[in-house]
Write a protein that binds this ligand. Structure first.
Ligand code: PLP
Length: 836
């Protein structure tokens, strides 16, 4: 039925052509021949958005009246990537669009290049939220993605003399044709002030909050289309405005500057994304941002709930809210405040509704990365919420004292208020207690959460915990990013994999078909050649598409160990210098990723990579067999060029540090083979592809626990390994940095004395496994087989599977079957050990 409806509304080339010309005239105000590329891009985007709006309104109508539960996904970050090509693909209109533009001598790809990408996130967490939005719409699940409309997203990265330089991201400077401000759905959000009690009509004592100031939140909605199913959800991002742009009393009193200052202060809330991917931007403004978007979102959900004439006591039946990390966990006391102070419910009832509404996804094990707010700061900004948190805490700890009598340490650890040193509010503890479900993002991570970071809570509330292994959308990361490979797969096994990635298993039929193996290889080589061309154009570095493309792209962080990769390259370099005629499989190492601006060691890692690049790219003894490229400003668009071109995927974090990782999945589905540790989703990738198709190395989490207990001495590993000494000594003596002995000193000191991420302990294992990678690549048939099997066995890692699991286990929302989506959820043996 849905199928026929789409056909009926099929988007024709003529329709696009007239829409495009009309928008050029009426929206942009330019004749075609005098219009710039940006103007044409805007006209086309409006044309596409028109198509989405019709479906959007249909979708809203279809679920507004029915008794369906809606998912509210709360995330401080979204990295959706460019919309144009994705939305055309979803509408099945790419070809008619291309045709329409050709008839006007305009090239679609030229226009697509004009789109700035919304950089409203730092890395994996924000990209996950975007993949989830794509899957929700494709599965036909009604959902609203709520977040912040940062005026300046993640900084643009430039590299000067090997060092990262940050530039402002002005993604909105030419306007954003994809969003629609919804002025009449704006809300006021309070900050500061005081609370007071009063007696209501029935003689009950009640609380109310008298905020010291207010800020207005205005929603900007971006349509999120499902894949060819006529369904459109929305991404609703809040922008902060002054409540009144001029405070007339100030103005009349002659304080013009004071009135303007208030406006500016209000608007700073949605000005800028904090460029740290691991929290602890312990900033007052960041807490204000979190409360601002969470409060707007909850007020919006309550409004939509009431529009349907539903009593507030049924709120949890209409809405399921997911907290993407603790950033929106202030939503728990905020919903309590709304229910208690505004809806005048009693505590017990309010708490039942609140707890039945929220689910919390944890994204980190690192205790230092769990969000905590200084108590005085919190009290000053959100006094009423602090009172509510105290009450939640008291009631919870009373229960726990009954459960664990005499265990004062445990009670102290579980408290929402940290008492060690400065008093703090512990957001993870609040999130666990206030949610019906808590999940980790990969099997290993969920297990470790239960054993370490959230152990006390797991022991008290075992049924609340589960795992939801992350996934990514194949529609962006294969179909959009890698058209040649997608066509080859379509030809071989049909197109069901577009909405059911398990279908890729059908590719296994071809692993012994040498003609197919050869086509697979040629397709990948063509993709590598394209990246090679991009590298030459942008970096002026020549690379050989026949060499191994060995790629590590992700945020720069010590735990992700880009410097381990760099040390290995230096070791290869030493090998070539020692014997220039050694047989050697040529390799191109490609890096990309941003460092948090204040993270000194991460910036030094970038400098190291660039220094190694300067060294090996220009040394005649290397004879072009080693190339090292750092591609600046890694983002979704660049990722779409890079993931498809990889032979080798570097997933080399210290075991136990990467919660899941999703980059690993994007590489795998495009046929790259992983070299990795037993960390995050690597464990599950290896389980799916089989140990013969995965290059495993390094310490396990258990090994690391043992070494740590005995006392880890990195010096010993340095003394034991001649290869490692050669590299470390060379760096120390300035042999790789034109005689500069000081530049990498802080890194070397840290590695030799502390090495918190166990690089030296893992170095030998890593380099010998890399040697196996080189040998395997030299056997083209073996490699092609491994590559196909990696792609064929990536079905589990579609975000469609992840979202189905959230829908059935946490949100309790049905997945409509008319979406053309697959029926089989995970054939995952892991789901049975639940009751305990
Ligand atoms: C997928 C993705 C990430 C996450 O990469 P990991 O390897 O999982 O850390 C970060 N940034 C961008 C732009 C991505 O597309």
């Amino acid at each position: 039925m849905a199928q026929r409806a789409v056909k009926k509304n099929a988007i024709t080339s003529d329709g696009i052509r007239s829409g495009f010309l009309s928008h050029l005239t009426h929206t942009i105000g330019r004749p075609l021949e005098f219009s710039s590329m940006v103007e044409r891009y805007h006209a086309l985007s409006h044309t596409v958005r028109d198509q989405l709006m019709e479906q959007w309104i249909q979708a809203v109508e279809s679920y507004k009246n029915k008794n369906v539960r809606v998912v509210g996904y709360l995330s401080a970050e979204y990295l959706p990537g460019p919309h144009l090509m994705n939305d055309l693909q979803a509408l099945d209109a790419t070809e008619s669009c291309r045709e329409a533009l050709v008839s006007l001598q305009v090239d679609l790809d030229d226009l697509a290049r004009e789109e700035p990408e919304p950089g409203l996130g730092n890395g994996g967490l924000g990209r996950l939220a975007a993949c989830f939005m794509d899957s929700l719409a494709t599965l036909g699940v009604p959902a609203i993605g709520y977040g912040l409309r940062y005026e300046f997203g993640i900084f643009r990265q430039e590299i000067r003399d090997g060092w990262q330089v940050e530039r402002t991201d002005k993604w909105l400077q030419f306007g954003n044709p994809w969003e629609l401000p919804i002025m009449d759905a704006s809300f006021e959000v309070g900050f500061g002030g005081r609370t007071e009690t009063y007696t209501d009509d029935s003689g009950l004592v009640r609380w109310r909050w008298i905020p010291g100031r207010k800020v207005r939140g205005v929603p900007h909605d971006t349509p999120v289309p499902g894949y060819r199913n006529g369904f459109v959800n929305r991404l609703r991002l809040w922008s902060a405005e002054a409540v009144d742009s001029f405070d007339l009393s100030d103005f009349n009193a002659g304080d013009y500057m004071g009135a303007v200052r208030q406006k500016v202060e209000s608007e700073t809330i949605s000005k800028i994304l904090y460029p740290s991917d691991d929290n602890d931007a312990g900033k007052r403004l960041r807490l204000a941002q979190q409360y601002f978007f969470t409060s707007c979102s909850l007020q919006d959900m309550v409004r939509l709930h009431k529009l349907q004439g539903k009593p507030i006591t049924e709120f949890h039946q209409k809405w399921s809210i997911q907290l993407n990390d603790t950033h929106p966990s202030i939503g728990i006391p905020e919903l309590m405040r709304i229910l208690l102070d505004e809806e005048l419910l009693g505590w017990e009832e309010a708490w039942e509704i609140t707890q039945a509404t929220f689910g919390y996804t944890n994204h980190t094990l690192l205790p230092e990365a769990l969000e905590r707010w200084s108590l005085p700061l919190f009290a000053a900004l959100l006094p009423r919420h602090l009172e509510i948190i105290y009450e939640i805490n008291e009631r919870f700890l009373d229960r726990m004292r009954n459960r664990f009598p005499g265990d004062a340490d445990r009670i102290r650890r579980m408290s929402m208020i940290g008492e060690e040193g400065e008093r703090t509010v512990r957001m993870a503890n609040l999130a666990v207690v206030g949610s019906k479900a808590v999940n980790g993002v990969a099997e290993l991570h969920s297990d470790l959460l239960k054993q370490s970071t959230l152990r006390d809570f797991y022991e008290a509330l075992p049924d609340r915990f589960s795992n939801k292994t992350n996934g990514v959308t194949q529609r962006r990361w294969m179909m959009l990013a890698n058209p040649p490979l997608s066509s080859l797969i379509n030809e071989a096994i049909g197109t069901k994999w577009h909405t059911d990635l398990w279908e890729l298993r059908e590719l296994e039929r071809f692993v012994s078909d040498s003609a197919f193996l050869e086509r697979w290889r040629r397709t990948q080589e063509a993709t590598k050649a394209k990246l090679s061309q991009y590298i030459e154009e942008t970096q002026g570095i020549k690379t050989d598409p026949q060499s191994i493309f060995d790629i590590q792209v992700k945020r720069i962080h010590e735990y992700k160990r880009q410097h381990l990769n760099a040390l290995h390259i230096l070791s290869l370099y030493c090998q070539l210098k020692g014997n220039p005629n050694v047989t050697f499989t040529p390799r191109t190492f490609i890096f990309g990723g941003k460092a948090a601006p204040s993270y000194v060691m991460a910036k030094l890692i970038i400098k190291l990579i660039c220094t190694v690049g300067d060294l090996v790219n220009n040394d005649p003894d290397v004879k072009g067999r080693l190339k090292v490229v750092f591609l600046p400003d890694y983002n979704v668009s660049l990722g779409q060029r890079i993931y498809p071109a990889a032979d080798v995927s570097e997933q080399i974090s210290t075991a136990g540090k990467e919660a899941s990782g999703t980059g690993c999945m994007k590489f795998q589905m495009n046929g790259a083979v992983t070299i990795g540790t037993l960390d995050g989703a690597n464990v599950e990738i290896r389980k799916e592809v089989g140990q013969d198709n995965f290059f495993l190395f390094g310490l396990t989490t258990q090994d690391i626990d043992q070494i740590t207990q005995k006392g880890y001495r990195p010096q010993e590993f340095y003394e034991r390994s001649s290869k490692l000494r050669e590299v470390i000594d060379g760096l120390s003596e300035g042999r790789f940095s034109r005689g500069d002995r000081e530049v990498f000193r802080p890194m070397l000191d840290q590695l030799l004395n502390v090495d918190p991420y166990f690089l030296l302990a893992d170095f030998d294992s890593y380099t010998s496994t890399q040697a196996q990678v080189g040998a395997a690549y030299a056997d083209a048939k073996r490699w092609n087989r491994m590559s196909i099997l990696n792609s064929a066995r990536s079905g589990k890692f579609s975000s469609d599977r992840t979202i189905r699991e959230y829908c059935s286990d946490i949100w309790k929302v049905p997945v409509p079957s008319s979406s053309g989506a697959p029926k089989n959820t995970t054939p995952n043996p892991q789901t049975k050990r639940r009751s305990k």
